[in-house]
Ligand binder design. Structure first.
Ligand code: SF4
Length: 241
């Protein structure tokens, strides 16, 4: 079976949420997911030399046909906070893109689709860029840096074949917008990567294969603002009532 970092992360937050995300049907998408995807597409296209505007990319995500991985999206967007309004996000994305595109060096590769077979599961993923010999991921929003980010970096190092240098570029919307580079040292540690495979990815793949999808209502992302399946879960899931 194929498994990606986003599937692992979704399952670890709440197995029910992962389950709902894989069902065909009418499911609203969270604004944060849409903006993140649009930002990555914007950067990849700009790096390839396309003069595409933030507005065009954004509107194709907000109103156009969902991407192949979003075949269950009904076109509605869940705005968890007024900060996610499209007009605000357009400015935000433009600032972030300007900062990334004005960096003195350019990436060696962008949007690298990789897979790696581990026998009982296949890890898949898209790495934002290879930059100065490092794997790079762009974060449009600065959140608290938490273990999920290290897990994401580890998954990308595994996809790259093993210990690798890894850097996040995190965008901060301060008075003067800025990019913060964050190096993740764990991605260079084979023992840590083995631990991730054996203690996180493999058990998650096994649980998904077994159809084990309990709800996790105690997670701090279990809310209307952060779970696109909140309403469905309330009607049909373990949060019913
Ligand atoms: S509402 Fe909570 S329990 Fe239900 S799927 Fe979402 S995160 Fe899980």
């Amino acid at each position: 079976m194929n498994i990606s970092y986003s599937s692992i992360s979704s399952y670890l937050i709440c197995p029910s949420r992962y389950f709902f995300s894989k069902q065909p049907g009418k499911v609203a998408r969270s604004a944060s997911l849409i903006y993140g995807s649009a930002f990555h597409e914007l950067l990849a296209r700009r790096f390839r030399g396309e003069q595409v505007s933030v507005k065009d990319v954004l509107s194709s995500y907000l109103t156009g046909k969902p991407k192949e991985s979003e075949n269950n999206w009904d076109g509605k967007v869940v705005y968890g906070s007024k900060d996610w309004r499209p007009d605000v996000m357009e400015i935000w994305m433009q600032d972030a893109a300007n900062l990334v595109l004005s960096l003195p060096t350019k990436p060696q590769a962008v949007e690298m689709k990789l897979t790696r077979d581990f026998g009982d599961f296949t890890l898949t993923g898209v790495i934002d860029a290879l930059w100065g010999g490092k794997l790079v991921d762009f974060k449009l929003t600065a959140s608290r840096f938490f273990r999920a980010d290290v897990l994401q970096a580890a998954c990308y190092a595994l996809l790259n074949g093993g210990p690798s240098q890894f850097q996040f570029f995190v965008f901060h919307r301060d008075k003067t917008p800025r990019l913060e580079p964050i190096n993740v040292k764990e991605t260079q540690d084979q023992q840590y990567l083995d631990w991730v495979v054996n203690r996180i990815i493999r058990p998650t793949a096994k649980a998904i294969k077994a159809g084990n999808f309990p709800a996790n209502p105690s997670h701090n992302l279990c809310s209307q603002d952060y779970c696109s399946y909140w309403a469905i879960c309330r009607k049909t899931g373990e949060r019913n009532g």
